[in-house]
Write a protein that binds this ligand. Structure first.
Ligand SMILES: Nc1ncnc2c1ncn2[C@@H]1O[C@H](COP(=O)(O)OP(=O)(O)O)[C@@H](O)[C@H]1O
Ligand SMILES: [Mg+2]
Length: 265
């Protein structure tokens, strides 16, 4: 019995793509991601990784094709229903989007802004219930930084801030976590540690994890499925062990050339 076929899709794209004027950020793409899958999206800068994640969390609309998230066709979903879907998809953006002047618990409590609404969240920020603080404490315990609960976020190290952003995602009780190059700005040991932690928690909680990564070795070591993007096109979508090494090298080589071309990484 193959259980993969019985799990519902968290995300599915049917010829879905996104253009910006004459640039194709993502060519029409068809793929599906099942509940509980853990996927790394790899590819050079400008290859469409962030666009793909933003299509999944519906902050960017598809220019063509159809996107289904948690069983809902996005083009037919708006208002309250769209908010509800969004509240189940947690995003860790590349810049973490933490408010440095707030306490750690306050940054985490904003994870529920989608569900609680602006006013409800404001009340939580000023008068948090004891239960909410206890829940945040237990999340921080799991992430190994519970002593930082009442700390001002700006006093934390880069690695600790990443954990706060992960804590905010977990506080949402998400069905999926989308992490956009969450380890691009820390040293290799911390990067590996965070990737491991995200994988472990996602496995334990049956959360779908989609992470974009620059580091191919990390992607190969920790993810059962890799999607390689280049110039908005899916170059491969497979298990690391089934991956044709040439495809990998191609992505690398072209990536280096492109880095030289556009001068960024
Ligand atoms: N808001 C936007 N406006 C115009 N072009 C964009 C926008 N977002 C992305 N692009 C373009 O789409 C392509 C893919 O970008 P992106 O998804 O950010 O790639 P990656 O995350 O892999 O670096 C790039 O050529 C980028 O310049
Ligand atoms: Mg990006």
């Amino acid at each position: 019995m193959n259980l993969t076929h019985e799990r519902p899709d968290t995300f599915s794209l049917e010829s879905a793509g996104r253009n910006y004027e004459n640039i194709s950020a993502l060519n029409p793409t068809t793929l599906s991601i099942k509940r509980g899958e853990r996927i790394a999206i790899v590819g050079p800068s400008g290859s469409g990784k962030t666009t793909l994640l933003n299509l999944f969390n519906s902050t960017v609309r598809a220019s063509t094709g159809k996107i289904t998230v948690l069983g809902n066709a996005l083009e037919k979903t708006s208002g309250r229903n769209l908010k509800k879907i969004r509240s189940k998809i947690a995003t860790i953006p590349q810049n973490l989007a933490l408010v440095e002047s707030l306490r750690v618990w306050q940054n985490i409590i904003t994870g529920k802004i989608g569900e609680r609404g602006f006013l409800g969240n404001l009340i939580d920020l000023i008068f948090p219930s004891k239960n909410k603080i206890l829940r945040i404490h237990s999340i921080l315990e799991r992430l190994g930084i519970e002593e930082k609960l009442f700390e001002t976020t700006s006093n934390l190290s880069g690695g600790q801030k990443q954990r706060v952003a992960l804590g905010r995602a977990l506080y949402q009780n998400p069905q999926a976590i989308l992490a956009d190059e969450p380890v691009s700005s820390v040293d290799p040991a911390r990067a590996e540690n965070l990737v491991q932690l995200l994988n472990q928690i996602s496995q334990e909680e049956n959360i779908t994890l989609v992470m974009s990564l620059h580091n191919l070795e990390l992607a190969k070591a920790h993810f059962p499925r890799l999607i390689g993007l280049r110039n908005g096109k899916v170059e491969f979508d497979s298990a690391p062990e089934d991956l044709n090494e040439n495809k990998f090298k191609e992505l690398y080589t072209l990536s280096e050339r492109e880095i030289l071309d556009d001068g960024e990484c």
